[in-house]
Design a protein around this ligand. Structure first.
Ligand code: ATP
Ligand code: MG
Length: 506
């Protein structure tokens, strides 16, 4: 088709052509075409269409003929250079707002002149629309960035929590898995779990059991909480597991948040408090009863001695039996006296004087006292004493008593002639600020079920008449009184280790 020279067309044809260009065409490109069309159709030497930018802060020129170098935008329409003589300028307004300017230079004398006003009316809404759609795109982008930032922020909060956290949806699929759940021995990276059914990931519990727990939350809408005990290579750990219902919208529960918090330390402290309370109660009771028992015991002992003195007065045939009875009375009185003494010790560990003591000297003293014990001679004894340890503020006699009780227990736990007793001294504790004495044996060990009971007064696994069950509870009281801790670790069958922590003197 041969193009008809524009200048020969009527103004209506020019308007029609512009309308077609603008109709449905891609916004900005269309404005360039309109500028060309006007230049030919009016005709004019140069046509510039100033288009307001979405930000509203500047006006960008679309120029025909296209200049060799990209022109600068204008800060505002007032900044336009004065109109050229022989030029034509029409503001583009939409809903009373200036959205641009139509600027023609070197306008010829064709009929197209009359079309310029109408073309401006057609152009204005188009320019406004570009602005609007670009504004919208801009806003959407800003909003998306805000949402992304918000998401990152929330993610960081969840990842910074010192608790394990994961979220499942109604299909039991994992949706969120926080950083804490990625670390540790059981840790799995989130990329491996998000989107998968929780039963495939958490296999310690049976799928049925786990499903039941989630269903209960989905149905009841109530949060649940329970404590579990987990075997860990470094000893038992306790976790408080909370399941919290979450509603995305409406009343229906859409997700369940599960939080696992390590409460091992809390448990330890709680146990110690319980232990201390129990010991205090027993101590009070014991103190009250002891004097009541001591006197009758002394009387019984004295009577037995008197009877023994008068044995020759009875029949020779009865003498043998009577002597035996008196021996039994003596032995049992002695046993009772020992128990009462033990209780006395236990109820009053507090009034002993303390002074700076070198722990290694205490250990040596204990060994000296035990040296003559026949069973002690048949053992392998290892000493690993760290030199130059800080002193501790203690009553040396009481500390000897503690170590003696621990070592005698160790002896009892090992078969004669077969076992190793190791005594160590070193720095230890939470920040390595405590002096630590370890008494380790290779004996029978302590069953899990007994671990919490052995410090209780009168708990013993030894045959009747052998142990009173007071040894460890006395140790416990003494160590507490020294502001220290007495702890035990044991693998049944392999042995036990008792640790005495005492605060080091500066
Ligand atoms: N080293 C150990 N190895 C295995 N079990 C131990 C050890 N130390 C203590 N126990 C257990 O703890 C219990 C309580 O100890 P504790 O010293 O308080 O009492 P006892 O030794 O039985 O009696 P007592 O010390 O009053 O003669 C023991 O009966 C034993 O079951
Ligand atoms: Mg004992």
């Amino acid at each position: 088709m041969t193009p008809v020279p524009a200048s020969l067309l009527g103004p209506l044809d020019l308007v029609g052509a512009v309308a077609r260009l603008l109709n449905g065409a891609d916004s900005k490109a269309a404005i360039g075409l309109v500028a060309d069309r006007l230049r030919h159709g009016v005709p004019a030497e140069k046509v510039t269409i100033w288009v307001r930018q979405p930000s509203g802060a500047s006006f960008v020129p679309v120029i025909s003929p296209a200049p060799p170098v990209a022109p600068f935008p204008l800060a505002g329409l007032d900044a336009l250079p004065p109109r050229e003589p022989g030029g034509l300028r029409v503001a583009l307004e939409h809903d009373g707002t200036p959205v641009g300017m139509l600027d023609l230079e070197g306008v010829g004398d064709g009929p197209g002149r009359e079309a310029v006003g109408i073309v401006a009316d057609l152009l204005a809404p188009h320019v406004a629309l570009i602005e609007l759609s670009e504004d919208l795109a801009f806003e959407v982008a800003v909003r998306a960035r805000q949402i992304e930032e918000q998401r990152r922020f929330t993610g960081l909060v969840i990842d910074s929590l010192p608790v394990g956290l994961y979220v499942v949806d109604r299909d039991y699929r994992i949706q969120i898995w926080n950083r804490k759940r990625e670390t540790g021995t059981q840790g799995v990276h989130r990329d491996e779990v998000v989107g998968r059914p929780v039963f495939e990931v958490l296999t310690r519990q049976s799928a049925d059991q786990l499903k039941g727990e989630f269903d209960q939350i989905f149905e009841s809408g109530q949060m649940s909480q329970m404590d579990i005990e987990v075997e860990d290579p470094n000893g038992e750990r306790f976790y408080r597991i909370s399941k919290i219902p979450m509603r995305l919208d409406g009343d229906r529960i859409s997700h369940v948040i599960t939080i696992g918090e390590d409460v091992t330390e809390w448990y330890r402290i709680h146990r110690r408090i319980m232990q201390n309370e129990k010991l205090a109660a027993v101590g009070q009771l014991a103190a009250g009863v002891m004097h009541e028992i001591n006197n009758p015991l002394a009387t019984i002992g004295a009577c037995a001695a008197a009877l023994e003195g008068r044995l020759p007065e009875v029949d020779a045939s009865a003498q043998v039996a009577f002597r035996e009875y008196i021996e039994i009375i003596d032995k049992e009185v002695e046993r009772c006296t020992n128990i009462v003494d033990g209780l006395l010790e236990f109820s009053r560990p507090k009034d002993k004087e303390k002074s700076p003591v070198a722990i290694n000297a205490v250990i040596q003293d204990t060994f000296f006292l035990l040296k003559h014990h026949t069973r002690f001679k048949k053992l392998t004894v290892e000493r690993e004493l760290t030199e130059d340890l800080p002193q501790v503020k203690a009553n040396a006699e009481q500390l000897v008593q503690v170590l003696m009780a621990l070592m005698l227990n160790a002896l009892d736990a090992m078969e004669a002639g077969n076992g190793t007793l190791t005594v160590r001294s070193r720095m230890g504790g939470h920040r390595g600020e405590e002096v630590l004495v370890e008494v380790q044996d290779t004996g029978v060990g302590i069953p899990r079920a007994h671990l919490t009971k052995i410090f209780e007064p009168f708990f013993t696994s030894k045959p009747q008449g052998r142990g009173t069950g007071l040894g460890l509870s006395i140790c416990y009281g003494i160590v507490e009184d020294h502001l220290g801790r007495l702890e035990v670790e044991s693998q049944p069958g392999l042995g036990a280790t008792f640790r005495v922590y005492l605060p080091a003197l500066p």
